[in-house]
Design a protein around this ligand. Structure first.
Ligand code: PAF
Length: 279
């Protein structure tokens, strides 16, 4: 497995990977890899002969008050896990390679990026993600790129971005990987104290209960109100729990207007968790 850190080396390495018309899959990550990321790698290996994993903690998607500095960086163990999974290439550029002196271009997505979910609480986030993902897709030029369903709004924004910019890469979503008690795998779970870790699966439990009640034609507003109360009782500060159209992320009034995705974001201690389920 090659670890590549500069653009000229990346271009040469990708040309070598493309020999004999091999298809290439990209799995973009910010490192601190866990089973969720490795499931993306396994899916990538089913979709293409060659797999590139990018590791770049992207400063532009963090606001000044967020955890860019403390974001877990575990390059040595990430590298070991990717080698064990027989990944072909790790693209690990520096911030200077991605954003050299004088860098002055930003992609500011609209549509799903303005759905009033993550964007309402992290207004800087999707411009940072869209810009870095567009760069990664242009740099690696993959046939497919795999993103987790956990960042569901992000997945929708990136799918639209690839279509709108006529990128040839097909964007594929991959199912959320959960701990045994239901907590969605996330690099930020390491921030949880033991007590917070015990409370954390509440989010998934509430999402599942709400989804079951909505599927049984219970009134959506009342179901979500109960969900809000249950999450707050468990010690979270709730950012949102919302029922949205699975594709457009537009607000939805009833099951008939579906398919529905339930999305939640909540903070416990210093950790902000997100999760979602289909109805
Ligand atoms: O989901 C992530 O890990 C990041 O937002 C991504 C897509 C790698 C862009 O930095």
């Amino acid at each position: 497995m090659r670890v590549v850190r500069t653009l000229p080396t990346l271009t040469r390495a990708i040309a070598a990977l493309r020999m004999r018309r091999a298809r290439i899959a990209l799995v973009p990550t910010m490192g601190a890899l866990h089973d969720g990321h490795l499931s993306l790698v396994r899916l990538a290996q089913k979709r293409a002969e060659r797999v590139i994993v990018s590791i770049f903690v992207n400063p532009t998607q963090f606001a000044p008050n967020e955890d860019f500095r403390s974001y877990p960086r575990t390059f040595a163990s990430d590298r070991k896990a990717l080698a064990a999974h027989r990944v072909d290439l790790v693209w690990a550029p520096s911030a200077e390679t991605m954003y050299p002196e004088g860098f002055g271009t930003k992609i500011v997505p609209e549509g799903a990026a303005l759905a009033g979910l993550e964007d309402a609480f992290r207004p800087h986030f999707f411009a940072g993600v869209a810009t870095v993902v567009a760069k990664l897709l242009i740099q690696c030029d993959p046939d497919v790129a795999i993103f987790g369903d956990k960042d569901y709004q992000q997945l929708k924004v990136i799918t639209r971005l690839a279509r709108d910019l006529n990128l040839k890469t097909r964007i594929i979503g991959a199912p959320i990987v959960r701990e045994k008690d239901g907590l969605a795998r996330s690099s930020r779970n390491v921030y949880l104290t033991p007590d917070e870790r015990k409370a954390a699966p509440t989010l998934y439990r509430v999402l599942k209960e709400c989804a079951a009640q909505i599927a049984a034609a219970q009134p959506l507003g009342a179901v979500l109100d109960e969900g809000r109360a249950a999450i707050t009782r468990a010690g979270f500060t709730l950012d949102y729990i919302e029922a949205r159209h699975s594709e457009t992320l537009e607000p939805i009034g009833s099951l008939r207007d579906g398919p529905i995705r339930l999305l939640v974001a909540a903070r416990i201690g210093r950790t902000r968790l997100i999760d979602n389920v289909g109805v």
